[in-house]
Design a protein around this ligand. Sequence first.
Ligand code: SAM
Length: 256
Amino acid sequence: MLREWFTHRSTPASEEARRLGYLKECVAIQARHRRCALAWRDHLERSRRFVLWAAANTPGQDKVTVLGSGGLLDVPLDDLADDFAEVVLVDIVQPPAVKKWAGQYENVRLVEADVTEMAEDLLSGELPERPPTPSLPDGDADLVVSLNLLGQLPLIPAKHLPKGWSRDRRATYCAEIQRQHLRALQAAPGRICLITETKREWLEDETVNETEPALADIKLPEPDETWIWELAPAPEIEKHQDLRLQIAAYAGLFGR
Ligand SMILES: C[S@@+](CC[C@H](N)C(=O)[O-])C[C@H]1O[C@@H](n2cnc3c(N)ncnc32)[C@H](O)[C@@H]1O
């Protein structure tokens, strides 16, 4: 707890990231990874391997952009920096350890950006009627990777939507944030690799008690690969329940 508090205090972040809770979430993810490293290992390895497979099938090797790079747990940075002339890592928070790691490569660049373009509006409380279609930072890459991000995108905005909104209106707005991310990916000219949670499952004694969709009613095509992320084995969040995520991975979404 003390370590998390100190990290939170000492990590530079934009006012939006700090006040909306993105920084807190980033510190919490790193802490959860330390506690659940063994349970996360398979998911992180599979994510890194899948990104490399997508990279190997990308015709151009000038630039790769990774959206949701975070703590680089699921990013095969060494290989990407070897394979591509330029690697761009995009996240709303860029932790100091990532800055240090990225600083070792001449061809790796960090971009601190909100890929939904909603942070300022959420902070001011003046929301547009519908979430904007964002222009992806460095979206002009040969390969754009949306990395374990899509399912997470509405979670923090959902906490800042007007209190008076009905449950349905909130759910519709959150789903539209995800749709807009997919539209932004579709508008990018290069190859698109998407790795995303599709469902959250709560289990007790290996029996699924409850399933929550992570992508509302968004229909994606058949994935190239699927696996499970053992996100929070008991008692990490619930004393007697495990939380796991169903993951779907696409090497060339939109048929590119
Ligand atoms: C589940 S984590 C992905 C794991 C991450 N690649 C890692 O290795 O730590 C989701 C990442 O998405 C980032 N993120 C969430 N919402 C974002 C937004 N609106 N813009 C940019 N990044 C965002 C978070 O900061 C976090 O690093």
